[in-house]
Design a protein around this ligand. Structure first.
Ligand code: ATP
Length: 249
């Protein structure tokens, strides 16, 4: 790790960059993951690097949707594991949900390294190493998944999804929840619930909502999900950003 003084005004952001850089060096994050992270950082800057009200609402709806699911799965890639392994494991235990690795640039070596990292962080069972099914409409590697996990899931939480896979999963009739700082990405527009927040903040926020909503009736949870409007939420995010930018100078 490079030495970053705690007094640096961008300490958290720089430490996150260090983490993701080191995860790339150890083979957990693909090179292009650094570019995806940079795009995320830019949008995080625009929202003020904090959880904004529309994201909080989406996190609440996501928690309700995950609690209502019969077979919820959290889909993980290298970036997610490098930044939020422990938080994802904790959320999965709380729901409870399964964990499955799904990589855009899949290699057996990277899958093994990510599983090792997740086990080191406390995960018991991690799916993804032995794919026995395919998401229709996606080319070979990206479509690989496990029958007991993503393939049969009714609700999938995919922190950092690519637009094609989000579409393909929706085509399969699944409820897709994405965490994406870019409110105008294809994933954001196509998901059932889009959380425009940094996954570092978002996963613990969803877990907090899961703990709160667990005590509520099924009917209340269904109301939260059915009253949630993703398009309206994305418009609110864009309004928030433009208002914030206009007020800066
Ligand atoms: P589309 O959904 O339009 O196809 P894309 O596939 O090109 O977008 P990727 O290159 O896969 O998008 O990038 C993943 C997305 O993840 C980016 O839009 C980026 O904003 C977002 N992102 C990166 N890091 C984080 C993070 N820490 N938290 C939340 N979102 C992030």
């Amino acid at each position: 790790m490079s030495k970053i003084p705690k007094s640096h005004p961008r300490y958290n952001s720089l430490m996150t960059r260090e983490k993701i850089k080191n995860a790339m060096k150890s083979g957990i994050v693909h090179e292009t993951g650094l570019i995806a992270h940079g795009r995320g950082e830019a949008f995080d800057y625009l929202i003020g690097e904090s959880t904004i009200p529309p994201a909080e609402n989406a996190e609440k709806a996501a928690a309700a949707c995950l609690l209502l699911a019969k077979n919820p799965v959290i889909s993980l890639n290298g970036n997610v594991v490098s930044l939020s392994a422990k938080n994802c494991i904790s959320l999965a235990k709380e729901i409870p949900a399964k964990l499955e690795i799904n990589l855009f640039h899949r290699s057996e070596g990277r899958i093994k390294k990510i599983i090792h990292e997740l086990k080191k962080s406390g995960a018991e069972k991690v799916l993804g190493a032995n794919p026995d099914a395919k998401i229709p409409g996606l080319d070979h590697n990206r479509g690989l998944c496990e029958k007991e996990g993503i393939y049969s899931a009714d609700v999938i939480l995919v922190p950092l999804e690519d637009g094609d896979r989000c579409n393909a999963l929706r085509e399969m009739g699944k409820k897709v929840i994405v965490v994406d700082l870019n409110p105008i990405s294809r994933s954001s527009k196509n998901a059932k619930i889009t959380i425009v927040d940094n996954l570092i903040r978002s996963i613990p926020n969803i877990e907090r909502w899961v703990k709160t909503l667990k005590k509520q009736d099924k009917k209340d949870l269904e109301n939260i999900v059915s009253n949630y409007d993703n398009e309206k939420m994305l418009r609110e995010v864009l309004k928030f950003i433009s208002k914030r930018l206009n007020s800066l100078f």
